[in-house]
Design a protein around this ligand. Sequence first.
Ligand SMILES: Cc1cc2nc3c(=O)[nH]c(=O)nc-3n(C[C@H](O)[C@H](O)[C@H](O)COP(=O)(O)OP(=O)(O)OC[C@H]3O[C@@H](n4cnc5c(N)ncnc54)[C@H](O)[C@@H]3O)c2cc1C
Length: 465
Amino acid sequence: MDFDLIVIGSGPGGYHAAIRAGQLGLKTAIVEKGEIGGVCLNVGCIPTKALLHVATQLTSASSMKDQGVDFGTPDVNLKKLEDWKQGVVTRLTGGVAQLLKANKVELIEGEATFESAESIRVGEKSYSAARFIIATGSSPISIPGFEVDNERIVDSTGALVVSEVPKRFLAIGGSAIGLEFADIYSALGSEVTVVELMDRIVPSADPDASRELQRALKKRGLNILTGTKSVSQKKVKGGIEVTLEDSKGEQSTITVDKVLVAVGRRPNSQGLGLEAAGVETDERGFISTNENMLTNVGNIYAIGDVAAMPLLAHKAMKEGLVAAEHASGKPTAYDTIVPSVIYTNPELASVGMTEAEAEEAGHKVRTGRFPLAASGRALTMGVDGGLVKVIADEETDLLLGFHMVGPQAGELVAEATLAIEMGATLTDIALTQHAHPTLSEAIMEAAEQAHGQAIHTSNRQPRRR
Ligand SMILES: Cc1cc2nc3c(=O)[nH]c(=O)nc-3n(C[C@H](O)[C@H](O)[C@H](O)COP(=O)(O)OP(=O)(O)OC[C@H]3O[C@@H](n4cnc5c(N)ncnc54)[C@H](O)[C@@H]3O)c2cc1C
């Protein structure tokens, strides 16, 4: 055998797996057909967050007029912004390349396809290994009639290159990727419309949280059309005319300068030669795995976006560690609680169950809510919207879910993630001192509110729908 382990794909899942395998003494190789770091570092998490950082600064600066500070019209140098964003990406991907080297992971450049369950082909060469980890990620889904040309009609990768600010920007898809780009382009000065097929944005989130985010984004001037389908588009003088259809079947048109298609992603499981290795996928193309990330073939693992939803980098990373440790014969357990964050301004962060999911799972549900309008810290930051909602089991008091819309929600979700992971109750959270004044007090007060003990808000529970 050439290697103990070959990892296919160097995104967050793959590079975590390879580094851990190297640390554990496995003779390891990683195959990459594109750029080291995968989607997340090159065209996903990192470059979007760099642009969103700038977007949030722009939005915050313009909102400071209420506090008596006027920074005037911002002068955004798009070339410099692009160079800075790419600089962040290059620094991180370079760091990963060094870490792989430091952990004696051999990098094989090219596209891997399985020849059998024991070997892969990359270009002209075959490589054998005792074990494989498939970490090939996912790609954007397209919609018929909206073929991506990465000029007028872009996918998330095309939208990352802001060579000019379109006057009118349309995002098809009102979940994380669509909303994050809507936020970026709105902050840069575009008139933004978001079209979402379902009756609310972020349909996977708790309805209270998605409604609160929708309200906040609308207040910022984004035009959000829910229950609306994008039917077709054509080039017209002065832009792209998009035909929309509402839930009653009524059609209308909107003319814009750029369209982002962000309606989801599909697993990269095709063209990998999975048949030659005997690896099975489900009907959507995800590679099915067990709790050790092993596929139906005893020496082949699958992790990250190619393995299952949710398509999140930190889930891929943890799965990479699980697979590498299992492959080395030294398995450790990791928790399966996956937080998720939409990095708009304000942010939406959640972990655990929604209210409906908790009920479906058979829990007698207790909820607690705290509006950020009642938070001293939020008011000192000029924030008057947003909420924290906690969901717990009424009998055991165990925290089951946490949903927040507000500034720094993506940081604050860590408290709830740890609480769920450690089996904390609402009482544990309520009794814990939270520094004053901080946004984290809202988590404590939401836990208190669930028990009718909140100090700064009404303890009345909303009527159950
Ligand atoms: C715009 C955008 C923003 C995002 N923001 C966030 C965020 O803020 N937070 C978050 O958690 N997630 C975010 N995500 C999702 C995140 O990027 C993915 O969940 C994550 O990258 C998945 O990691 P992975 O290791 O499974 O695969 P990927 O990162 O997709 O990497 C797979 C790698 O495998 C390589 N590959 C594929 N096939 C082969 C082959 N046959 N041979 C060799 N190499 C191959 C690819 O070239 C690629 O480099 C975002 C995604 C997008 C598109």
